[in-house]
Design a protein around this ligand. Sequence first.
Ligand code: PGA
Length: 242
Amino acid sequence: MRIAVLRDYQSLSERAAALVSARIGKKPTAVLGLATGSTPLGLYRELVKAAQRGLVDFSGVTTFNLDEYYPIERESPQSYYYYMQQHFWGPLGICPGRAHIPDGRAGDIAGVCSDYEQKIMDAGGIDLQILGIGVNGHIGFNEPGAALSAKTHLASLSAETIAANSRFFEDRDAVPRRAISMGLGTIMKAREILLLASGSEKARAIGETVRGKLTTEVPASLLQAHPRVTVMVDRAAACCLR
Ligand code: PGA
């Protein structure tokens, strides 16, 4: 694992955007795995700025999001579809056929999940997967104890995740209890992974991910077994790494 500690959230976002842009510069048809939540917002803002200045070109890029709540309507402001439209696909004008996210409205969940895996394979696999991390070490909605080899599946949110995500909803009861998420197996197949974390509330999870033992109880610790991972954190999130 390569560890990069940046001064603050803005520096983290700029450095992450530079890494993503460099990969697209090298491979204009790159396939990106994307995350939602608060952490990658700065990265997306910087990438949109860079694209508007002509410094990076997303026209050949294909994207696959990690997860989506289930059930949820796309038009719901809490859906990850809505988030992506708002912060990334919309401003970049990414063509809908190239921007993929699990369908949180689907009736046939098993079909949606296997179809999503197939689409990733048909696109040639994920070149660069961007990840955030939960306070409990989750990646995507792969909560502690998740199966190592899991593919895209219907996952149950842990109590900690429901509490953390309730800030985006009216209250805790309004948070969907389930989500369609890439599995740990899907994530580990990405050729490169960029994990981002900001703020002291992520420090323990980052410490366990980087320095702890490899265990499904801290899903992000599995990244220790991946050959090409960069963990990019700000100082506050790095305080357990000293
Ligand atoms: P956050 O979420 O970026 O909103 O902190 C990260 C996660 O839960 O994976």
